[in-house]
Design a protein. Structure first.
Length: 255
């Protein structure tokens, strides 16, 4: 095994289930110690216990990433157990639906708009704000933001709040890449397409089938395929790659 991340500490938000779990497991397989942050305390504790029993060095901290104080506590707890983070994967995100569909602007409750912005955008700032001082000090780090193809092209499956926050992450990624580049910190984003996760159950099978028909590879992606791309951006193989957005979408919504 290559162990491309041996000796490094990574933190993954939204770490339980779907894409987050796949990233955690891939990073562990590559030798990293991983701090898991998730809103779901019970699932987080169970998943971490399973990983520890498999011999991995992990630590779970429950937090609502939209709350800076909660993030501060979670980051401090992980740093105390594993060390300060060399890699941050800002994976946590939400895309609310009502009866299986995205709401239009005239229907959307303001509280739903604010919640999505708080989690999908402000949560990314919170963790990166906490992790970046150590990265700057050591003059090395990796920040990976989970955007979406919906942040680059119109997608009627999601609502405006999700698209807006994922587009904002692309701008944030490019700005931070320039800001942190002098310290040998790379900042990149992933833009997954339709990935086969439990979240897909929030829409009808017909919707997912329609996506596959207009995807070049004629299928949905897997969490493991996203984790492969995430590993590339976390590893030294991407040391001269920064400010980029890598689509992991099988050719859906190509822009």
């Amino acid at each position: 095994m290559s162990e491309q991340l041996k000796g490094q500490v990574a933190i993954v938000t939204g770490a339980v289930g779907g894409i987050g779990s796949a990233i955690v497991e891939r990073f562990l397989a590559e030798g990293a110690s991983v701090g898991l942050i998730d809103f779901n305390a019970e699932a987080g504790a169970q998943h971490t216990d399973m990983l520890e029993k498999a011999g991995h060095k992990v630590f779970f901290a429950q937090a609502d990433i939209s709350d800076y104080a909660a993030c501060e506590q979670a980051y401090a707890a992980i740093s105390d157990k594993l060390g300060a983070a060399d890699i941050i994967v800002n994976n946590a995100g939400i895309s609310p639906k009502t009866q299986g569909r995205a709401l239009s602007v005239w229907e959307m409750p303001p509280d739903e708009w604010r919640r999505v912005v708080d989690v999908n955008l402000n949560g990314v700032f919170n963790l990166t704000r906490l992790a970046s001082p150590h990265m700057v000090h050591q003059r090395r780090g990796r920040v990976i933001n989970m955007s979406s193809v919906a942040g680059k092209a119109y997608c009627d499956i999601v609502a405006a709040h999700y698209a807006a926050t994922k587009a904002a992450l692309i701008g944030l990624t490019r700005h931070w890449a320039a800001e942190l580049g002098p310290y040998e910190i790379t900042v990149n984003a992933l833009a997954p397409g339709r990935i086969s996760t439990p979240l897909l159950k929030s829409v009808s099978q017909e919707v997912n089938e329609a996506v596959t028909r207009v995807t070049a590879l004629r299928r949905l992606g897997t969490p493991e395929e996203v984790s492969d791309a995430c590993l590339f951006l976390a590893s030294d193989q991407s040391r001269f790659v920064t400010g980029q957005v890598l689509d992991v979408a099988g050719g859906w919504l190509m822009t």
